[in-house]
Design a protein around this ligand. Structure first.
Ligand SMILES: NC(=O)c1ccc[n+]([C@@H]2O[C@H](COP(=O)([O-])OP(=O)(O)OC[C@H]3O[C@@H](n4cnc5c(N)ncnc54)[C@H](OP(=O)(O)O)[C@@H]3O)[C@@H](O)[C@H]2O)c1
Length: 242
């Protein structure tokens, strides 16, 4: 059985990835932080569509201590793939951001994905084709004012993926980043309709991405035929910013 864990499966992009991978025959751990009921509901919906696969909601705060992360990973059934679709931002000038907010963004987007990768490594190395996909951002390539810490976290995950991919490449274990531009999800809920319409005009493709347009690339990377693509950041941005 092929089994993946989707971190941030309750997010706009994570849900689309879950639906796409379920369709492709994956059993899934559906990770959430605060939205347990949504993760459970998604699991039930997918189980009714794909009764031969397993869909298990699971909770973990990425701000937790190292010992909790270790316990979390030790409790998992073996997975062939991990998709890191969790993420947070804070839209403000650096000078107005507290140390707590800065630390939280770096923990959720960068530090603890790296620590969880380390903890998952031994079980991923056991499979014929293993995969890690991190959700990056165009802001990891072009830093964005008002999201400086977020940009740093996304640039960091791209460089981490490139370096780590080289450590495990000989084992049919690929590590990549799918880096969206602007996507219609709750992460952009702080912007008004007018701001989003102005943004859409800046994007050469003429619209913000639908989460399904991001999920497609994650599914491709999980295919065994994608073994030779590793260490890359794939910008899925409608031609915007990359
Ligand atoms: N939307 C965009 O325009 C856009 C553009 C470029 C890149 N991205 C990246 O794509 C990924 C998904 O974004 P999205 O738009 O789907 O975001 P979203 O809808 O806001 O979902 C965020 C996800 O992160 C989880 N999360 C939040 N705090 C967490 C914590 N402390 N510990 C663990 N998980 C936590 C949430 O879990 P709960 O809901 O259970 O709390 C949720 O599943 C992120 O990495 C984001 O940076 C998004």
């Amino acid at each position: 059985m092929k089994r993946a864990i989707i971190f941030g499966a309750t997010g706009g992009i994570g849900q689309a990835i879950a639906k796409r991978l379920a369709q492709s025959g994956w059993s899934l751990y559906l990770h959430c932080n605060s939205h347990w009921a949504e993760a459970a509901e998604l699991g039930e919906e997918l189980a009714s569509l794909y009764p031969d696969q397993d869909f298990m909601p699971i909770q973990q705060d990425f701000c937790a201590a190292d010992a909790d992360l270790k316990k979390f990973v030790e409790g998992l059934l073996p997975v062939n793939a991990a998709i890191f679709a969790q993420g947070i931002t804070n839209y403000d000038f650096l000078g107005s951001q507290s140390s707590e907010v800065i630390e939280r963004i770096l923990k959720v987007n960068l530090e603890n994905p790296i620590k969880l990768t380390k903890l998952l490594e031994s079980q991923l190395l056991k499979h014929d084709h293993s995969r890690i996909v991190y959700l990056g951002s165009v802001y990891g390539g072009q830093g964005s004012a008002m999201e400086a810490v977020y940009s740093a976290s996304k640039g960091g995950i791209s460089r981490f993926a490139q370096a780590y991919a080289r450590e495990v490449a000989a084992s049919h274990f690929t590590v990549n980043v799918v880096a969206p531009g602007a996507v219609m999800t709750p992460m952009n809920a702080m912007f008004s309709g007018e701001t989003l319409a102005d943004l859409a005009e800046e994007i050469p493709a003429g619209h913000l991405a639908n989460p399904t347009e991001i999920a497609y690339w994650v599914d491709c990377l999980l295919n065994p035929e994608s073994d030779y693509l590793t260490g890359q950041t794939i910008y899925v941005s409608g031609g915007w910013l990359e």
